[in-house]
Design a protein. Structure first.
Ligand code: FUB
Length: 457
């Protein structure tokens, strides 16, 4: 939980002191879902590229009473549990014609470029429109590809699917459901946007809402598996659950298949994303599970699942454990401090040396890094640190924030929050595969920043 979140929580906790104690006490051990703890994230859009899963999300601002969303964020992981924060490569300012609502987007990769499709409000018309930005890397920076909306019909939640024959489609919509064929440049289309018939056979039956007779609400996600096309979507607001339909072609006809994820998790919206990675299938979604969380303070989470033998999707429930780790993390290569399985109290920011650093560190804050393969043993630890504050120590602990202490690294005052130096200390007792906790200690106020770390044998 970020310092800002903790402060805000403290203000509202007076009426629910017992409930809030666990959330406010630093050092409380936690599982690994939701994926990000230092800010609220929403509307996951995973992309597998070059041996990593890139996770594109929205960002719910602290204290929001409606969807207060101004930027998008990117995280990535090679093991599904330790996620690297790549910051904010795109925000509302990217689209000069847009003024509000940095809502649910989707990134597609084609020809070495990355295209990020997002719903935003067109300042000139006041309507929701779909913009598209492009980048040369999955972490950006992204620039507006058109300088105007790609399409505008007041509807939201674009999702891209590229078929085996190279034809790309964009699906979107709430309250209707649309598709359009994208050209190979990915920033123009052929033919007019086409409405997908929302029949009860295709999208299930909603009762009590004559203007919306089917379960389809928003957030389509389309892919192909074993020759069959799947559309996963948020169903029947509010609260939403996640449902799916299948079709023999990317344009239908769709047949409703049932529930993927029931209504769970303290957020009245949910939002699906499915990818295969390293031989397993993963379902991304959001909920309100973080302290202070709810419908406008959501967090992205992930579960691993297996398709049934007949290709149907099993019911997937939200867990706090999340997906199991794929492989281990190598502590003998440089690891970014912002590669985190669970962070307590910390925040992140752009680092002057490139990438991001961990900051706003106070006494007792910690970072958990899961499944660290020390092998026969580490002998020293080096961290890239900076401090305009009090300085302090990085305690290296195994198994928990108060677990076995295997080293303590003193962090000096360097004279600036971006004035970097390396601090090294001896390590003893770190062997085998362990959950590593970097526990930060010192006096009052903010102590120091950390950019990266590495162990040596
Ligand atoms: O995050 C804003 C909106 O809430 C998204 O566009 C919808 O999918 C819902 O999650």
């Amino acid at each position: 939980m970020s310092t800002h979140l903790r402060r805000r929580l403290a203000a509202v906790c007076w009426s629910a002191i017992l409930v809030c104690i666990a959330a406010l006490v630093p050092g409380t051990a936690r599982a690994d879902n939701p994926i990000v703890q230092h800010l609220y994230t929403a509307d996951p859009a995973p992309l597998v590229y070059n041996g990593r899963v890139y996770l594109y999300t929205g960002h719910d601002e602290d204290g929001a009473t409606y969807f207060d969303m101004r930027e998008w964020r990117v995280f990535s992981s090679s093991d599904m549990v330790n996620w690297t924060d790549h910051g904010t490569p795109m925000n509302l300012d990217t689209f000069a014609w847009a003024d509000e609502n940095a809502w649910a987007g989707h990134v597609a990769q084609r020809g070495g470029k990355f295209y990020w499709y997002v719903p935003v409000r067109n300042a000139a018309t006041g309507r929701m429109a779909i913009g598209v930005a492009v980048a040369d890397s999955p972490t950006g920076p992204f620039r507006d590809a058109l300088g105007r909306p790609l399409v505008e019909n007041g509807e939201i939640d674009p999702a891209i699917f590229i078929d085996d024959n190279g034809q790309a489609y964009m699906y979107w919509g709430n309250p209707n459901l649309w598709y359009v064929r994208l050209n190979t440049d990915m920033i123009s289309f052929s033919g007019a946007p086409t409405q997908i018939p929302l029949t009860t056979a295709g999208f299930g039956t909603r009762t009590g809402n004559p203007s919306r007779p089917t379960l389809y609400e928003e957030a389509p996600w389309v892919y192909k598996r074993n020759g069959q096309y799947y559309m996963i979507f948020a169903a029947e607001c509010c609260s939403e659950f996640i449902a799916y339909s299948t079709a023999p072609s990317p344009t239908g006809p769709w047949t409703y298949r049932g529930t993927v994820m029931p209504r769970q998790g303290s957020s009245f919206t949910n939002h699906p994303g499915i990818v295969d990675f390293n031989g397993s299938s993963y379902f991304f979604y959001h909920n309100g599970a973080l302290p202070g969380g709810g419908g406008f303070a959501r967090s992205v989470a992930v579960e691993r699942f297996s398709y049934n033998a007949n290709g149907t999707i099993p019911t997937i429930n939200m867990t706090t454990a999340g997906a199991p780790q794929v492989g281990t993390l190598n502590p003998y290569t440089r690891q970014e401090a912002e590669t985190i399985a669970w962070g307590s109290g910390i925040e992140t920011e752009p680092a002057s040396e490139g990438g991001m650093n961990v900051g706003w560190i106070q006494n007792g804050d910690y970072i958990k890094v899961k499944g660290v393969a020390f092998g026969s043993g580490a002998s020293s630890f080096t961290a890239r640190v900076a401090s305009a504050g009090a300085g302090g120590s990085i305690e290296l602990r195994l198994g928990g924030p108060n677990g076995t202490l295997v080293g303590t690294c003193a962090v000096p005052v360097t004279g600036g929050w971006q004035t970097w130096t390396t601090a090294t200390c001896p390590v003893s007792g770190a062997a085998g595969t362990q959950d590593l906790y970097l526990r930060f200690t010192g006096g009052g106020g903010y102590l120091f920043n950390v950019n990266w770390w590495r162990f040596a044998t």
